[in-house]
Design a protein around this ligand. Sequence first.
Ligand SMILES: Cc1ncc(COP(=O)(O)O)c(C=O)c1O
Length: 356
Amino acid sequence: MTMDTPAQLNSAQLNLARRLARPELLELQPYESARRIGGRGDIWINANESPFNNSRLDRVNRYPECQPPELISAYSQYSGVCADNIIAGRGADEAIELLIRTFCVPGVDSIACFGPTYGMYAISARTFNVGVNALSLTTSYQLPEDIMAQVGSAKLVFICNPNNPTGTVIDRGSIEAVVAGLPDRLVIVDEAYIEFCPDYSVAELIEKYDNLVVLRTLSKAFALAGARCGFLLAKAPTCEMVMRVIAPYPVPLPVSELACAALSENGIALMREQVAELKVNGERLTDTLRSCGAKVLSANGNFVLAEFDEPKAVTARLTQAGIVARTYSDPRLSNCIRFSFSNKEETDYLIEQLSQ
Ligand SMILES: Cc1ncc(COP(=O)(O)O)c(C=O)c1O
């Protein structure tokens, strides 16, 4: 990631990134870690590191690169998004928080999101005293028709696609219309589950729109939730603004190695096999839920949301069987249980328990 000075940026892009950023960031000189300053030589005594590597992992006594080039390059190859338009960090959750901290003035600005949806947009905003315009998806889980009016003055508009917890999707055309219709806001499309329905991705539109941001993660289809690795994809000026706020070393070295292995040709092939297997198991589970009388939404991620007449009885039954599924305090979801897709063995057991 190069840190272009504002004067080097194309003026239309510069205007959007600068106009939306918190004013104090425009003058901020980002922290220059020893790793970023770099240097030439054989003896590295510029970062107060230990010279002893006590681990089996190579170079773990040294600070990692802020944005490991091999990781950025691997994600660029996988996603088709140019390396200058990618920031790697500690999961999509960190990206949500970074966007709020970069662009929203506490006590003044707000975000918009469409519920029921992933809770961290609102929680991250509230932890920074940023307002939340909590809008609703339509009854068919689409964006409201008068969305431009509804978002009000929100600076950041979050769209989760596929949406958690409903599992529903919004087509690319509708998302593009919102991005095109809100050129003065950042429209952030959270594609945490996109590997389960890749045709819905809008990542390729990043080249076209200065105000589009896409969030991705290795926590879901890539099976690396414990590693904490996610990506923010956006035009370079937006990335450069976010880079003023990001921690000096957001990607630990072992995480970068795990992530690069997951993004290798073999890693991607394995991910696709596992996605296919999860979908088969998910369909079996969905059929069972339907035959139990539950109302089930179309599942486009690695989970299915089911609405029951007697959710408490179902939860009690699951608990008795040692199965932990997700219930909600949101009144819109009070009769719903979300089931993550699993392997064959666990799905067989779950189906057996639900069928009783
Ligand atoms: C829609 C959505 N976005 C982001 C996240 C968080 O992803 P990460 O593990 O990369 O922080 C989740 C996790 O459940 C999610 O459902």
